[in-house]
Design a protein. Structure first.
Length: 285
């Protein structure tokens, strides 16, 4: 090995640097950080813009190597101004990334798995939500139920009225009953408790959403685009039950389908058949 290294070092412009433990650790941390950053960007709305930035950087490198002075001048000045614009444009995403770093979520630690376990709904809560959604669907009572996962929903809870009650189908139905003080807005569920009602949610600005979707559904999609929460929606117009996650909506569900999506139960054979029927009906809006 020493002979091979000495031979290679005699070649001009070629040398093998000594590799220490701290160098391996340094490279590993940087590589892992870049990987987690790319995966985080991929899971947010910034992914399309990120690909555009990569294209512009590649174009800038090409103009530099091939001596395209005019193109290089335009891109260089665009990137200079664009850096400030990007910081302003993606301020909410940057803030969310810093919050996730502080909460240990961005790096996929063991603590995250524990929080996911705590956030998971138990069987009683799942059945209560499914039962309430089914009853409200029969009477076409509009409902918007947000279930917290690992991303905290405190900023949305503050826009509503704090309740902090055990989940029950009767309570959920009573909250969304028409012409009652709490019916307008969203209910937020955290750690198997109803924490707040009449909460305001951000509306999705996705222009490709179906025109059939009203404000309630757009709010459900909007909050799942910004967080990892899941949302159950009951349409006031049609009584249809929908499930929203990661900005994607599955519509026209029954109690069994909703229970399967929310819970940790094993799917029965009949449930699997039904899932196949509506799987193709899942829409991105």
């Amino acid at each position: 090995m020493e002979i091979l290294q000495s031979t290679l070092e005699q070649i001009p412009f070629f040398s093998i640097p000594s590799l220490q433990i701290q160098d391996v650790l340094d490279i590993s941390l940087v590589s892992y950080g870049i990987y987690k950053l790319i995966m985080w960007i991929k899971d947010t709305r910034t992914w399309a813009v990120f690909k555009g930035v990569v294209f512009i950087v590649a174009l800038a490198l090409m103009s530099y190597f091939f001596g395209m002075h005019t193109l290089s001048f335009i891109i260089t000045n665009t990137l200079t101004v664009g850096t400030i614009a990007m910081i302003i444009l993606f301020q909410p995403e940057l803030r969310r990334a810093l919050e996730q770093i502080g909460q240990g979520k961005l790096w996929g630690s063991v603590t995250t798995n524990e929080k996911e376990s705590e956030a998971a709904l138990d069987e009683a809560s799942i059945n209560s939500i499914a039962r309430a959604a089914t009853q409200m669907a029969k009477t076409k009572t509009g409902a918007l139920i947000v279930i917290e996962s690992t991303t905290l929903l405190s900023e949305y809870e503050r826009t509503g009225i704090i309740i902090d009650a055990v989940i029950s189908s009767q309570l959920l139905i009573n909250i969304f009953e028409k012409n009652t003080p709490l019916h307008d807005g969203a209910v937020i569920i955290c750690k198997n408790r109803i924490t707040a009602a009449t909460c305001f949610l951000p509306l999705s600005d996705n222009m490709s959403l179906s025109k059939d979707l009203g404000t309630r559904h757009r709010a459900a999609i909007g909050v799942t685009e910004e967080t990892d929460a899941v949302v159950v929606v009951v349409s006031e117009e049609t009584g249809a039950i929908s499930y929203v996650r990661n900005g994607k909506i599955k519509r026209d569900l029954d109690a069994e389908m909703l229970t399967t999506l929310l819970g940790r139960k094993k799917k029965s054979k009949s449930s699997q058949k039904k899932m196949k029927l509506w799987k193709g009906r899942g829409q991105n809006g």
